[in-house]
Design a protein around this ligand. Structure first.
Ligand SMILES: *[C@@H]1O[C@H](CO)[C@@H](O)[C@H](O)[C@H]1NC(C)=O
Ligand SMILES: *[C@@H]1O[C@H](CO)[C@@H](O)[C@H](O)[C@H]1NC(C)=O
Length: 211
């Protein structure tokens, strides 16, 4: 017993001294994955709290292919405390690429604007038509990583059966469901509209160059 205790302390100290502090789990990556089937629009059903979506309600994402292994993600949300009429876009992850396009694995890499290091994102499960559960390890810096979780749905409302299915999947993967917060969706809250696609290119107008 005593030896066990000492060992645990030693291991804990070693762990605490490791350079990278990570809250991330080992990835469980969906296999036999068909990336073309996740394109299109998704509603955010719930998420684990993250800094870049703070204050976001009514979040929707549109996923489109840039080429066969790179994808654009355009997310917009209503910052209810700021405005109930307009939405903020280009939130969070804007582009992902398949880690290994040769493999049919739902494993991606992304670069968040302003963050030098790349991060890893993977899909735990999706039926393509109703839900998609994403897990990621957001590299805040070389030394800090945070686990991120998103549960997306194809429709604004999801059935009790789907909710149950999602719960089961989260339980199987030992996700701490107390950390998952439900996204506010619905006509009563989402009085703003997602901006039209052609205004969302994400490109900034270049200033005309002199000479
Ligand atoms: C948006 O609507 C909610 C609910 O009606 C309200 O609490 C909030 O203050 C509104 N936000 C703004 C910026 O007016
Ligand atoms: C995230 O950062 C860690 C520490 O610098 C690094 O080992 C890891 O490879 C990074 N993840 C990705 C996907 O590049």
């Amino acid at each position: 017993m005593h030896l066990h205790f000492v060992l645990i302390v030693v291991i804990s100290i070693t762990w605490a001294n490791a350079k990278t502090s990570t809250n991330c789990r080992e990835p469980v990556i969906l296999q036999d994955f068909d990336v073309t089937r996740v394109l299109g629009s998704w509603y955010e059903y719930s998420r684990q709290r993250n800094i870049f979506e703070d204050g976001c309600d009514c979040l929707t994402s549109e996923i489109s292919a840039v080429d066969s292994d790179e994808f654009q993600v355009q997310s917009c949300c209503q910052l209810t405390k700021v405005s109930n009429e307009t939405q903020k876009c280009n939130i969070g992850i804007e582009k992902v690429r398949l880690t290994d396009p040769e493999k049919k694995e739902a494993s991606f890499r992304y670069h968040r604007p302003g963050v030098a290091v790349e991060s890893h994102l993977w899909i735990i499960d999706t039926d393509y038509e109703n839900y998609m559960i994403l897990d990621g390890c957001d590299n805040v810096s070389d030394e800090e990583q945070n686990e991120v979780f998103w549960i997306l749905s194809r429709n604004e409302r999801i059935s009790a059966k789907q909710v149950q299915k999602i719960d089961e999947i989260l339980r199987t993967h030992k996700v701490d469901r107390s950390k998952i917060i439900k996204q506010k969706q619905g006509v009563n809250i989402c009085t703003s509209k997602r901006p039209r696609k052609d205004t969302l290119s994400g490109k900034q107008k270049r200033k005309p160059q002199k000479n």
